[in-house]
Ligand binder design. Sequence first.
Ligand code: SAH
Ligand code: MG
Length: 204
Amino acid sequence: MDPRLVVAAQNAIGFMPDAEGLALFAAARDRADRGPLLEVGTYCGKSAIYLGAAAGECGSILYTVDHHHGSEENQAGWEHHDQRLVNSETGQLDTLPWFRRTIAAAELDDTVVAVIGSSTTVATHWTTQLAMVFIDGGHALDVAKADYEAWSPKIIPEGLLAFHDVFEDPKDGGQAPYEVYCQALNEGWSLLSATGSLRVLERE
Ligand code: SAH
Ligand code: MG
């Protein structure tokens, strides 16, 4: 991956360890020549740099979907709250300005396109087939399951599906992404690679 983009990703606010980001990049670069990539859960654009780097190398594009008001665990009083991301006028979390800064600093404006809205609302009206979908949105079970069920049918036959925050041991983290990952394994997807909590799947 372009070292300039690695540094940009490392400097971005977010939840994507370097090794997992590079694995995400490698998986995406392997498929991005076959169609657009889509991410659920933009936050401040950290993982979007890894996926965007792959899209850029292949002349493809990354759509990244988020309502930009944060998940449950990002709200005040929760474990992953960051006071810098609160809009002082509305009092609401608003990660969109931070995403814009991240993508501008990485010079990926022509490769990473923000889609602002609820994941399942966007999916309902989405008809373009995708080479890869990365699911890293809300981590409540109903939300993660809805993301998987809404987006996975839009992946091309030889495409990839990736999940973040898959923890097999409950001691390491919440179980919803793991449960949805297991559902995918039972529904015709097979494991291609595992790096930290990242799981990349391909169709059997
Ligand atoms: N991929 C990011 C982290 C994503 S955090 C990184 O690299 O750092 C999860 C994000 O999912 C939050 O920004 C939250 O706003 C978004 N999210 C949660 N539920 C959502 C939903 N139903 N629709 C759209 N976005 C959602
Ligand atoms: Mg995550």
